[in-house]
Design a protein around this ligand. Structure first.
Ligand SMILES: [Zn+2]
Length: 87
């Protein structure tokens, strides 16, 4: 069994982004879209294409870019724009 934990993501401007169920240890680099528990800002719950950028609805900063990891759509986190809070 791999370890999972719930992480809250916020934009550095304070906008709440999502709650995510992370597998394994280490820093959050990417989020598999189907593991997002709650899309608080409503930015991941629409059809997203590979290489599409996802922006903060409040400050318009780029938060993530969509790409395919092991055949699964994922969002690669822009580390400079997002802060994570462990729960
Ligand atoms: Zn923002």
């Amino acid at each position: 069994m791999s370890e999972t934990r719930i992480i809250k993501l916020e934009c550095k401007c304070g906008q709440k982004i999502a709650r995510y169920k992370k597998e394994g240890r280490g820093k959050l680099i990417k989020m598999y879209l189907n593991m997002i528990l709650e899309d608080v800002a409503g930015i991941f719950s629409r059809p997203l294409k590979t290489n599409e950028d996802v922006f903060c609805p409040k400050c318009k900063k780029r938060l993530a870019t969509i790409y395919i990891v092991h055949g699964r759509p994922a969002a690669k986190i822009n580390q400079g724009a997002i802060k994570t809070v462990k729960t």
